[in-house]
Design a protein. Structure first.
Length: 284
């Protein structure tokens, strides 16, 4: 069986309408295994991971795109990130004692959502995502319409084992013919069912939806879970905490222990490590 962890772009020939498809299997399960997520939280995380991959397809540089939400509902924090080379990671923090309802609005409650684009070189950009729709796809469609002025349709699904999505966009400079095409393909896309997106390969799915249109598929790209944490990045976090605070923790605890929230990698720093970090040398 071909890997389900695949991303693929496509275009409708001779038009300003484009699309992207993604399906996550092993990468989604690996991320989902990092915590005992309830089904509703796991599925929301899966939809967010799918959305991060689809949205990152427009990146024209090396870097990452992340979707982040802070809420007052059972899900306090939601984060999904995809790099330009299709490595993903994500997490959700939740209060298991207040998991009464499972809708998107109930899970996050009042709060904010943002998209952060972080180039490897250059300045970080953050855009606020409106929280006025009843699902994640609708909120992100609003974001593209208001912030990017790009008409966008998103279809996001996730179950216990797989997460998948489809994105359609009408680019600036569209013609009247493009507008007609946009209406047709959106009408067709709205017929897609969760099982089709989660189970069918891209060729089969796109033919089933758009067999009367001329669609050109680009080469598929693998998607994989990989955490970007490292000892060096953890040291930078310690530098941001500051010398005085680090030595205060050392005096109290004897060492500084830090765990990655995404992959649970463990980093330990003793006094020699902190001496070297802040002075460039150790006492021993």
């Amino acid at each position: 069986m071909a890997s389900r962890d695949q991303f693929q772009r496509f275009i409708f020939e001779h038009s300003q309408v484009r699309g992207a498809w993604v399906q996550l299997g092993e990468s989604y399960r690996e991320i989902g295994s990092q915590a005992p997520y309830p089904d509703s939280v796991r599925q929301l995380l899966g939809e967010s991971l799918v959305a991060s991959v689809l949205m990152s397809s427009s990146l024209k540089f090396e870097g990452t795109l992340s979707l982040q939400a802070q809420g007052e509902g059972p899900v306090r924090t939601l984060m999904a990130e995809c790099s330009h080379d299709r490595y993903i990671r994500g997490l959700a923090r939740f209060d298991e004692h207040s998991m009464a309802e499972e809708s998107f609005e109930a899970l996050l409650g009042e709060g904010r959502m943002a998209i952060t684009i972080t180039p490897d070189k250059g300045q970080r950009y953050q855009g606020v995502v409106p929280r006025e729709e009843s699902n994640l796809a609708g909120c992100l469609e609003d974001y593209f319409d208001r912030s990017e002025q790009i008409a966008t349709s998103l279809f996001l699904f996730a179950d216990d084992n797989c997460a998948a999505g489809l994105m359609l966009q009408r680019l600036p400079g569209h013609t009247e013919e493009d507008d007609d095409l946009w209406e047709r393909v959106n009408h067709l896309a709205r017929t897609v069912e969760a099982g089709e997106l989660l189970e069918l390969d891209s060729t089969t799915l796109l033919y089933r939806l758009f067999n009367e249109e001329t669609v050109r598929l680009f080469d598929s790209e693998p998607v994989a879970f990989r955490c970007s944490c490292s000892r060096e990045r953890t040291e930078k976090a310690l530098e941001a905490i500051g010398k005085d605070e680090c030595y205060s923790i050392l005096e109290e605890q004897g060492s500084i222990e830090m765990d990655c929230q995404f992959c649970h990698a463990h980093y330990r720093f003793d006094r020699n490590d902190i001496d070297h970090l802040f002075t460039g040398h150790t006492l021993h």
